[in-house]
Design a protein around this ligand. Structure first.
Ligand code: HEM
Length: 322
């Protein structure tokens, strides 16, 4: 038992322990590679820029990769590992199969980065920078990315299936999934604003456009034209998540929700008479509050359980462990 005289020593030890435990995320910093890879940002940006000029949708695809990496055991590049005969990664988990894309672009970014500073920058950090650059190039906000993540030597298909919320989720499920990772309800709404860019497959929104009533009827009819009712036909047909400006990062997503034109069930859940209605209204009226909350929430998402220090590795090739 701690005596009165040993108490200060005991509490000092406890304080130090807490500092060490709490420092996992504190080890990420915006200047992590400033000495070891001063040309990192220009190498990433020019590759992301070329990829988006080639295909405007690519910015959305890169942004989503960062989300799908961070939500599954933290931002550790695990999503990027290819399946092999002896290794099952996350690429074929339900939320990713036939859906997650942009892996070749990540390879190109990694090659460009390896050219300027070999063996220094993790694939997990490349995803974080590529997501930021994509948003900026498509007209969205800019933020300073925190860096210093290392790459996982493992991945988990089961964790990917369980951790990434499906588009059938209701509001409570979305809120609790985000809260479990330290993201607030406001972060949930701001981050969902990512659906102001990109595309979705018919299979992800079929049930909504045929069966739901909280949907604008002309929007439902238009959406039905390229997404047949019968499951198995046209499953991979694409539709924009924001019908107004699908390649521009703005706040139209929130305006759509207010007009009952959210394409995914999970999107419309954010404006369906519940606790998040007021946040959606706020972002739809005030684009700059969306921009700044989005940037803050992206930084928070990037803080989820990174591998730092001597944990993990700096992968040479993002598709396989060293
Ligand atoms: C709130 C829970 C979320 C759900 C249920 C969800 C679900 C989905 C679904 C089903 C798709 C279409 C996939 C397909 O049909 O192939 C999609 C696309 C997309 N999601 Fe989410 N998402 C969520 C949150 C987020 C977050 C937090 C981000 C980024 C920070 C994000 C970024 C994107 C982007 C950019 C696309 C378009 C990708 C492309 O065009 O390649 N989503 N999401």
């Amino acid at each position: 038992m701690a005596s009165a005289s040993s108490f200060p020593k005991f509490s000092l030890t406890l304080l130090l322990l807490l500092l060490v435990l709490g420092s996992t995320n504190a080890q990420l910093s915006t200047n992590f590679y400033s000495k070891s890879c001063p040309n990192l940002f220009s190498a990433v940006k020019s590759t992301v820029h070329s990829a988006i000029m080639e295909e405007l949708r690519m910015g959305a695809s890169l942004l989503r990769l960062f989300f799908h990496d961070c939500f599954v055991n933290g931002c550790d590049g695990s999503l990027l590992l290819d399946d092999t005969s002896s290794f099952t990664g996350e690429k074929n988990a339900a939320p990713n199969r036939n859906s997650a894309r942009g892996f070749n672009v990540v390879d190109n970014i990694k090659s460009a980065v390896e050219k300027v500073c070999p063996g220094v920058v993790s694939c997990a950090d490349i995803l974080a920078i590529a997501a930021r650059d994509s948003v900026k190039i498509l007209g969205g906000p800019y933020w300073d990315v925190k860096l210093g993540r290392r790459d996982a030597r493992t991945a988990s298909q089961a964790a990917a299936n369980n951790s990434i919320p499906p588009p059938t989720s209701n509001l409570n499920r979305l809120i609790s999934r985000f809260n479990a990772l330290g993201l607030s309800t406001r972060d949930l709404v701001a981050l969902s604003g990512s659906h102001t860019i990109g595309q979705t497959r018919c299979t992800s929104f079929r049930a909504r456009i045929y069966n739901e009533s909280n949907i604008d009827s002309s929007f439902a009819q238009t959406s039905q034209k390229n997404c047949p009712r019968t499951s198995g036909s046209g499953d991979n047909n694409l539709a924009p998540l924001d019908i107004q400006t699908p390649t521009f990062f703005d706040n139209n997503y929130f305006k759509n929700l207010i007009n009952r034109r959210g394409l995914l069930h999970s999107d419309q859940e954010l404006f369906n008479g519940g606790s998040t209605d007021s946040i959606v209204r706020g972002y739809s009226n005030n684009p700059s509050s969306f921009s700044s909350d989005f940037a803050t929430a992206m930084i928070k998402m990037g803080d989820i359980s990174p591998l730092t220090g001597s944990r993990g590795e700096i992968r040479k090739n993002c598709r396989r462990v060293n």
